[in-house]
Design a protein. Structure first.
Length: 188
């Protein structure tokens, strides 16, 4: 399979996406979490969420690697790298923020350059939609952490717990998307 240019690859991936789910689900969940926090019925605190996020990212990393070992499909080695980068982000070693984002960019570059290894996976509406939803949820978590939403009333009350909750949800969505990815062949 010949490697198409970036605009063609984006077109192939974007036609597989369900944008309603990608953008609406994380916003609705964020709204629900905010309401639960404000009414003081949200059962999770920052420290529990951080611990669970470490377990989730390391677990998905090991499961993706196991799937690579079992099936020898290079997509799952790439998926392992993606979950490893998210795991490193979660343990917060000093000076890792820039490295994590460079790691993500490098993984996306590999997916672009090795299109033939990923094309059959990225034709799956489920994979693209779950990954898109996971990355948009993660984007909301990062912007919440950076206090982009401080103009929202009562933001000081919920921002830390909301950020950790959305980050965990993003990890789960991305991990599930990668772990349960399947090839989708074009019908002739």
């Amino acid at each position: 399979m010949e490697n198409p240019d970036l605009s063609e690859q984006l077109k192939l991936v974007s036609t597989s996406a369900n944008y309603w789910l990608i953008f609406c689900v994380p916003l609705v969940i964020a709204g629900l979490i905010i309401q639960l926090i404000l009414y003081q019925v949200y059962p999770f605190d920052k420290y529990l969420l951080e611990d669970v996020a470490l377990l989730v990212t390391s677990g998905f990393c090991l499961l993706c690697f196991s799937r690579f070992i079992y099936g020898k499909e290079k997509f799952f080695l790439w998926a392992t790298g993606m979950m490893l980068v998210l795991f490193i982000r979660e343990i917060h070693p000093p000076g890792s923020s820039g490295g994590v984002y460079l790691g993500l960019l490098a993984l996306f570059y590999v997916a672009y350059k090795k299109h033939h290894l990923f094309a059959y996976y990225f034709r799956s509406k489920r994979l693209v939609t779950l990954l898109g939803t996971g990355f948009f949820t993660y984007f909301l978590a990062v912007t919440t952490d950076q206090r982009f939403w401080k103009f929202v009333p009562a933001e000081k009350i919920f921002h830390t717990t909301l950020e950790e909750s959305l980050e965990l949800l993003g990890h789960i969505l991305i991990g599930c998307a990668l772990l349960f990815a399947t090839r989708k062949y074009i019908d002739s």
